[in-house]
Design a binder for this molecule. Structure first.
Ligand code: ADP
Length: 503
């Protein structure tokens, strides 16, 4: 009895230290680490709910149950229920199953349907993906109703979940969910889910008046799922302040800039963080020699040698090793890298590329590897472990993106004491302060216009510091490791936004 009393007092004490009031949030999106991840969205869907749970938010994450989710998670899922849901204009019904998994204070609900989610990877092509995500958006809302879990805020991510606010305010307007507020976060404006109107009309059965130019319609006869979501969401966020400004301009606006300018009153930027437990150089079991901020200068050399050995590069800790970890697409500024790569190889520099994507970049990097054997290594693959070892073993990391909503690789690089070399755009501009040789401040090297010559110049500035003023280089390495790149500050901002919507 006595014991029970003590335990109860302790629990109340813990609750009292949490920020009040408690709010419930449903996260809806198409991917979530560690179940399925193709890029930054997967990281955010994992790390932000976890950070919010620590700030007294009751978070439920809803994602599709793809067949590619590893068995170790599939086998732990618990069946929560199932029902039939009408979806299409001709009245076709579909099965919706709910499988649940609880981890780190966050509840994950997987929408189960074999007809839509049997592919090996989440995204296939628009012909398959458009129906799949129409179904998913409606099924996610129907599942909330089915479980009788009515959140204060429904937070949707990217075009795959963008029809949620639209369904909510139309087909679900008379259900218990109607009081929930909605937030739509843009992780990458390039992808919008555009398809012809008859197909979307069929797969959504949304009312005729939605298919006008202010909501769904784009061009002459297409419908744009993201555009519709942006219209109906209560707040639109994107993943950095600079990107929030940029997307209202024609260059970055991907044909939605006018629409976003119209809705700019509800548009804001909140920068991403990284999960500092997942990315922790002092406890990282995937790297050769884990290290803390006080050990980095020695241990980085050991990690560099291990990386050079693993990749068949000339083993020499004196070389300047440049890493590039990225999807190989036009967005990532790889045409600039291709233009300058031969000039970078000067006998003292090595380049390591890890990525998959467009064939022309995969081929050009393979070609460079062949041309500069021992100095360039191109790993055309997706490999988490190798990514960790490159972050740990490289001296600098290139992120010369054409546009970058936030970018996580520069944040991870800083956490591992690897100096980022970035273009001043989007989140790269907001998170990497340029090095100032007079005040000895800054975290990396930056350039502004999208030109190969400027990237070359930025890399050379980095190299000059590395080879001629190692003391100050090492200071920057430690400054970067000490920088707060965690989710905490941003999670507070999200929490404040939820409270604004639901005081
Ligand atoms: P995006 O979401 O545009 O792809 P981000 O910088 O936001 O770019 O996120 C990229 C994430 O994916 C990082 O965690 C990065 O380490 C990881 N990543 C990218 N390419 C690979 C790869 N080939 N192998 C392993 N991890 C990768």
């Amino acid at each position: 009895m006595e014991n029970e009393k003590t335990i109860n007092t302790e629990n109340t004490a813990v609750e009292n230290t949490l920020p009040q009031p408690r709010r419930s949030i449903a996260f809806i999106g198409s991917e979530c680490y560690p179940f399925v991840k193709t890029g930054g969205l997967g990281d955010v869907m994992y790390a932000l709910p976890k950070a919010l749970a620590e700030l007294n938010c009751d978070v439920k994450v809803i994602i599709p149950r793809y067949h590619c989710i590893p068995w170790e998670f599939q086998e732990k899922m618990v069946y929560r229920g199932s029902f039939d849901m009408d979806l299409c204009a001709d009245g076709t019904h579909y099965y919706v199953g709910i499988m649940e998994y609880v981890h780190d204070g966050v509840v994950y609900d997987f929408i189960d349907n074999d007809e839509f989610f049997t592919n090996g990877s989440p995204y296939v092509n628009l012909v398959d993906d458009i129906p799949k995500y129409c179904y998913f958006c409606k099924a996610a809302l129907a599942a909330l109703n089915y479980m009788d879990w009515i959140p204060d805020v429904i937070h949707c991510h990217d075009w795959q979940a963008s029809l949620v606010p639209v369904f909510l305010r139309t087909q679900f307007a008379d259900t218990a969910l109607r009081d929930a507020k909605t937030v739509l976060t843009i992780h990458n404006l390039r992808f919008q889910g555009v398809y012809n109107i008859p197909t979307l009309r069929y797969w959504t059965n949304l009312p005729e008046y939605i298919f006008n130019k202010d909501v769904f319609k784009t061009g002459y006869d297409d419908a744009n799922m993201l555009k519709a979501g942006l219209t109906y969401a209560d707040i639109i966020t994107t993943v950095s302040n600079t990107y929030a400004d940029e997307i209202e301009t024609p260059f970055y606006g991907e044909n939605l800039d006018a629409h976003l300018r119209y809705h700019s009153g509800k548009l804001r930027g909140i920068v991403n963080g990284i999960d500092v437990a997942q990315w922790d150089p002092s406890k990282d079991t995937k790297i050769a020699e884990p290290y803390s901020i006080t050990e980095v200068l020695d241990k980085k050399k050991a990690n560099k040698r291990a990386l050079q050995e693993e990749l068949g590069l000339e083993v020499d800790e004196g070389k300047f090793v440049i890493g590039l970890i990225s999807r190989l697409t036009d967005q990532k500024g790889l045409d600039l890298v291709n233009q300058i790569l031969p000039s970078l190889i000067d006998g003292n520099t090595q380049v390591v590329v890890l990525g998959t994507g467009d064939v022309r970049y995969e081929d050009s990097f393979r070609w460079f590897e062949n041309d500069f054997r021992g100095s360039v290594c191109s790993c055309i693959m997706y490999d988490e472990g190798r990514a960790h070892r490159i972050y740990a073993g490289a001296d600098a990391l290139l992120v010369p993106s054409l546009f970058e909503p936030c970018g996580l690789t520069q944040l991870i690089a800083m956490r591992y004491g690897t100096i980022p070399v970035v273009r001043e755009t989007g989140g790269l501009k907001d998170t990497v302060e340029p090095y100032n040789m007079f005040t000895q401040t800054g975290n990396g090297f930056t350039f502004d216009r999208y030109e190969a010559g400027l990237l070359y110049d930025a890399v050379n500035r980095a190299k000059t510091l590395y080879f001629t003023d190692r003391w100050h280089w090492d200071e920057m390495v430690q400054r970067d490791m000490a920088k707060d790149v965690s989710w905490e500050a941003s999670a507070w901002q999200y929490r404040a936004m939820y409270l604004e919507l639901r005081p």
